[in-house]
Design a protein around this ligand. Sequence first.
Ligand SMILES: [Zn+2]
Length: 71
Amino acid sequence: MSDEVDVAQDVVELTNTVAVLAIRHQLQAAGREYCQSCGEAIPVARRLAAPWADTCTPCQSVLEHRNKVGY
Ligand SMILES: [Zn+2]
């Protein structure tokens, strides 16, 4: 019985380790950490949702507005 518990604990620990490594890998692949425009940190949720983004959401909104209206 204790062997089964040990194996189960090992599986849980391994699963947790894999999950942590997967998240770290995802974050490393998830684009810029700081906004190109204002230098503020880009939120993790945005980095994961838009890994190509090099600006934070407020700066991106300003850029899009400028592109739309021309100034
Ligand atoms: Zn910004």
